[in-house]
Design a protein around this ligand. Structure first.
Ligand SMILES: NC(=O)c1ccc[n+]([C@@H]2O[C@H](COP(=O)([O-])OP(=O)(O)OC[C@H]3O[C@@H](n4cnc5c(N)ncnc54)[C@H](OP(=O)(O)O)[C@@H]3O)[C@@H](O)[C@H]2O)c1
Length: 285
């Protein structure tokens, strides 16, 4: 049996969808009882509770041999992931797949990548076999720019000339489902990317091409971007950590592609043009 976490979020939902489509039995640990029906519709078994609840976590891990740990970035992420892994060891789980990130290199010093590396090290020291999933920037991060693209034909980030090989979360979900349900992925680091390395000016060119009107990328100085972001991200740790990560991207921290996604799935990763075409309602009135 497979247990996945994060199934009500962007990537985890896609993992659940793909496991369901493959006919693989799975359970999920979700916090919101109103979302339990989403899981049953996909063919999974929802268990309602948080990783913070020891009794529920232990129940959820009963009879599980493979599991996915996927949590959002927060000051608590590392301690929650460690807690989950320790419970998985006690429950005699065999294999843990961890959602990490491409910036999580052993020498990483920035807050979020460092936190992922420390969580990865805890898993490696636990005796469980493991797979680390390390995606590039999500294409879905561009959905938040829909309003300014619709209203001003512009989008705003502080990435200067930094490039990313951004990837569709739907592909990441498929990839993780294949890892969870397949064989031979023990103790592997999988860096996964979209098909193309693009600067944000080139991203604007893709929008212009698909939308048939000129769209421009506006580079915002990091301090000014942080001031704007602070209206939406009110937790100081989270705000500082996101800006720290964005500085890394601006400095070229995500500037390479890999073929790992197509090597493992036999499928080409979604291109940015295709992603925009499939999300037109976000970008056109
Ligand atoms: N954004 C990027 O470009 C990018 C790139 C590479 C890697 N990453 C990594 O991706 C991860 C986030 O993935 P995502 O964006 O798909 O996540 P997400 O959409 O933010 O979803 C997070 C999920 O975790 C669940 N969750 C939160 N706290 C929990 C708890 N205490 N117990 C049980 N479940 C809990 C949430 O449940 P609720 O619905 O109840 O809140 C939700 O299902 C991060 O670790 C990040 O570093 C992101």
């Amino acid at each position: 049996m497979i247990l996945i976490t994060g199934a009500t979020g962007k990537t985890g939902y896609e993992v659940a969808k793909n496991l369901g489509a493959l006919g693989i039995p799975f359970k999920t640990l979700i916090r919101d009882p109103d979302k339990a029906s989403q899981i049953t519709e996909l063919g999974g078994q929802p268990i309602v509770g948080s990783i913070e609840d020891d009794v529920l976590l232990n129940q959820a891990l009963e009879g599980v041999n493979r599991t996915l740990i996927l949590l959002p970035n927060s000051e608590q992420q590392l301690s929650l992931e460690k807690r989950f892994v320790d419970a998985a060891v006690k429950a005699q789980v065999k294999h843990v797949v961890k959602m990490s990130s491409m910036e999580a290199l052993p020498e990483a010093t920035r807050t979020i990548p460092r936190m992922h590396v420390e969580s990865e090290n805890h898993i490696k020291d636990s005796g469980l076999s493991w797979t680390m999933i390390k995606p590039n920037f999500f294409m879905q991060n561009l959905l938040g720019s829909g309003k300014t693209i619709k209203e001003q034909n512009k989008f705003f980030f502080p990435f200067a000339n930094g490039t990313t090989a951004m990837m569709d979360v739907r592909d990441i979900g498929l990839f993780i489902a294949k890892v969870l349900s397949g064989e031979g992925h023990e103790n592997q680091n999988y860096e996964i990317t979209g098909p193309e390395l693009l600067s944000f000016h080139e991203v604007a060119e893709k929008f212009s091409l698909v939308l048939g009107t000129e769209v421009n990328y506006v580079n915002v100085p990091m301090d000014a971007y942080k001031t704007t972001l602070s209206q939406f991200v009110t937790n100081q740790w989270h705000l500082d950590a996101v800006i720290d990560l964005f500085e890394d991207i601006a400095e070229g921290g995500l500037d390479y592609t890999t073929t790992t996604f197509s090597d493992l799935t036999g499928k080409s990763p979604c291109s940015l043009e295709q992603f925009i075409e499939e999300h037109l309602s976000f970008y056109r009135n």
